[in-house]
Design a protein around this ligand. Structure first.
Ligand code: SAM
Length: 252
């Protein structure tokens, strides 16, 4: 295994599979976002897109009635979600499936709620919301987090980092308009506090140390670890300028 030709994707999966979450967030912020939703049907159907290993999927199941389908590209994450759902006796209400959030195999207007933490940026905020809108019932909710600029000033180093990562990061004001263009009534938005990043970075750092030891001397691993450390340093330096925000919308 130590001599296996590793790709960056292999490393992303190995570093993240055992983590509670694969991006910034917290149970408190997930529950805060949930508190904006009214008149939920007790037989509601929920999709959690880009669910990762499903920390927030399990929390949603514990705080909602009805069924939740988690979707993620990576089978290792989905296996972890299904394993945890079984452990919590939630497997009759939570089902993880491997798939792409850009190409959903669901019926049109099937869902009461589409949730997605830290994932929509992979396909584009407005594009993702416009596509997902078709899978929601009228008056259904969409709740997403997305990296966002907090200030008009965009430090060049941070701007380059986000451009290189392929992100369409924009301001909260811009994203609220994009949500409306995608066919939603804007309900609320709020930013995630620093602790949400630490919830992600600290366990990830521990996983990276184990990976570094396991693959000592592997150049791909060294590059991967340096890139992850750079992300942490950049956040510490520029966190007043960018971070994650929740966006909550209701289908018109
Ligand atoms: C930053 S992680 C967030 C995971 C989880 N929602 C959380 O907050 O801990 C983004 C997730 O989106 C998934 N993802 C990225 N592109 C995807 C796509 N096109 N379809 C489905 N999942 C995708 C990744 O595999 C990853 O698990």
């Amino acid at each position: 295994m130590a001599n296996k030709e590793l790709s960056m994707i292999d490393l992303v999966i190995e570093a993240h599979t055992g983590l509670e979450r694969q991006g910034p967030g917290s149970p408190e912020m997930t529950l805060k976002a949930l508190s904006f939703l009214d008149n939920l049907d007790k037989n509601m159907l929920v999709a959690d897109l880009g669910c990762g290993s499903g920390g927030q999927t399990i929390l949603l199941a514990q705080n909602l009635t009805g069924k939740i389908i988690g979707v993620d590209l990576f089978p290792d994450f989905i296996n972890m979600l299904n394993h945890n759902a079984k452990k919590q006796n939630l497997d009759d209400r939570v089902n993880g499936v491997v798939g792409s959030m850009e190409n959903l195999s669901f019926q049109k207007e099937e869902f009461d709620l589409i949730w997605s933490e830290g994932a929509i940026d992979n396909i584009g905020f407005e594009k993702g919301l416009t596509y997902w809108n078709g899978f929601l019932k009228k008056n259904g909710y969409v709740v997403v987090t997305c990296p966002s600029w907090f200030t008009r000033e965009r430090p060049a180093e941070a701007e380059k980092f986000w451009a290189d990562s392929g992100s369409g990061i924009d301001t909260i004001e811009h994203n609220v308009k994009a949500m409306q263009t995608a066919g939603f009534q804007f309900v609320a938005s709020f930013t995630l506090p620093d602790v949400c990043w630490m919830n992600y970075f600290i366990p990830r750092d521990k996983a990276l140390k184990a990976i570094s030891k396991k693959y000592a001397g592997n150049k791909t691993v060294e590059t991967f670890i340096m890139e992850n450390q750079y992300e942490v340093e950049l956040y510490a330096k520029y966190k007043q300028h960018y971070g994650y925000a929740f966006y909550i919308g209701k289908k018109i």
